[in-house]
Design a protein around this ligand. Structure first.
Ligand SMILES: C[S@@+](CC[C@H](N)C(=O)[O-])C[C@H]1O[C@@H](n2cnc3c(N)ncnc32)[C@H](O)[C@@H]1O
Length: 202
């Protein structure tokens, strides 16, 4: 009897997973890292697993509920006692008030907190302040800034355009910028931006 094998379907690569694959190349146990948009804590968990033992994570979010979600997730992780994390209920625009640097990586996953009010989103003003501080002196040469930017929500397209403009101004002898997106996406695809710091601005 002829039997057709059951159809199998492989899950498409997600841009958040691609981001983690890339960031892994820049961090290791002992690294100092920044989650600039903690949200539900997925990126913070990923970062902590890479920097343990001995690393430090600074996780920012303007919404207390997001930091609570992140804290709950971190509590389920078994970390070495010398791995430190700081959950900061403030805007990443004030990053320079909390971090002296130099940090190995800063991760931004923009937009709104999934499962929450979609009108509370990241804004270019705050993002600009953070990117400015990071590129000026907070990220070490050999470190990375990653940004996942979405254009589908209210204000997302304008935010993305401003980011692209900022990236065009970054000098090529100090930064190397790569941008990736899913080319055959049905809906608008998020964009993954990687800014390698070769030499900081100062
Ligand atoms: C897409 S979610 C982040 C997802 C998160 N990285 C994760 O792994 O679950 C975006 C988050 O950015 C936060 N946010 C918005 N403006 C911010 C700001 N100026 N500073 C820090 N966080 C901000 C939102 O509250 C929201 O929780």
């Amino acid at each position: 009897m002829n039997q057709t094998p059951p159809a199998t379907k492989h899950k498409a690569l997600r841009i958040t997973a691609m981001n983690h694959v890339m960031i892994k190349e820049y961090i290791k146990p002992g690294s100092e890292v920044i989650d600039a948009t903690a949200g539900n804590g997925h990126d913070s968990i990923f970062l902590l697993k890479q920097i343990d033992p001995g690393g430090t994570l600074y996780a920012f979010d303007t919404q207390a509920a997001a930091l609570e979600n992140t804290k709950n997730r971190i509590e389920n992780l078994i970390l070495n006692s010398d791995t430190k994390f700081h959950l900061i209920n403030d805007s990443h625009g004030n990053i320079h008030q909390y971090i002296k640097g130099p940090a190995d990586a800063a991760v931004f996953n923009l937009g709104y907190l999934p499962g929450s009010d979609h009108t509370v989103t990241t804004t270019w003003n705050e993002l600009y302040k953070a990117l400015n501080a990071l590129t000026l002196h907070l990220i070490k040469p050999g470190g990375i800034i990653s940004i996942i930017s979405y254009s589908g929500h209210q204000g997302g397209k304008e935010e993305q355009e401003k980011i692209f403009h900022f990236l065009e101004e970054l000098p090529a002898n100090k930064f190397s910028v790569h941008i990736t997106k899913k080319w055959n996406a049905i809906k608008s695809s998020p964009v993954l931006i990687l800014i390698e710091c070769l030499k900081n601005e100062l």
